[in-house]
Ligand binder design. Structure first.
Ligand SMILES: [Zn+2]
Length: 140
């Protein structure tokens, strides 16, 4: 027989392959759960690490952002300190003037603007009156 050795050779190789397959399968069955849980644990660990890293990244990013924001605001205020002071001073002056005007108006009873005094008798009269209504003298 010429072809028998080849057939046996192939059969032998296939048997070895099957044996290796069975051996690997048995090994997988034996260590499967343990290995799988180990791998899972490792995955969970690395995921947790990644999450922690990204958490840190986000935190530092937010901190940097707020730092930048605070710094830029400080910078703007510092650069415009004089202008801001001027504006505040102007506002203060305007308010002071308004308060003064209001106080004056209260003091004078809101009537002083169109009132004057007779140059003969000193009576308070309307600014646009031609004759004094107390002494009757002509004013204009
Ligand atoms: Zn008069």
């Amino acid at each position: 027989m010429f072809e028998a050795p080849l057939f046996f050779k192939i059969f032998f190789v296939v048997m070895i392959l099957v044996a290796i397959g069975v051996f690997v399968f048995a090994l997988m069955l034996m260590f499967g759960t343990k290995t799988r849980s180990k791998l899972l644990a490792r995955q969970v660990k690395s995921l947790r690490g990644a999450t922690d890293l990204s958490k840190e990244d986000i935190e530092s990013m937010l901190t940097n952002l707020s730092d930048v924001s605070i710094k830029s605001r400080k910078k703007v205020i510092e650069e415009n300190e004089d202008n801001l002071k001027d504006i505040a001073d102007a506002n203060a002056r305007i308010n002071k003037g308004a308060v003064k005007e209001t106080a004056k108006a209260f003091k004078e009873g809101f009537t002083s603007s169109n009132k004057t005094y007779c140059k003969y008798c000193g009576a308070e009269i309307d600014a646009d009156s031609v004759y004094c209504n107390k002494c009757g003298k002509k004013l204009i």
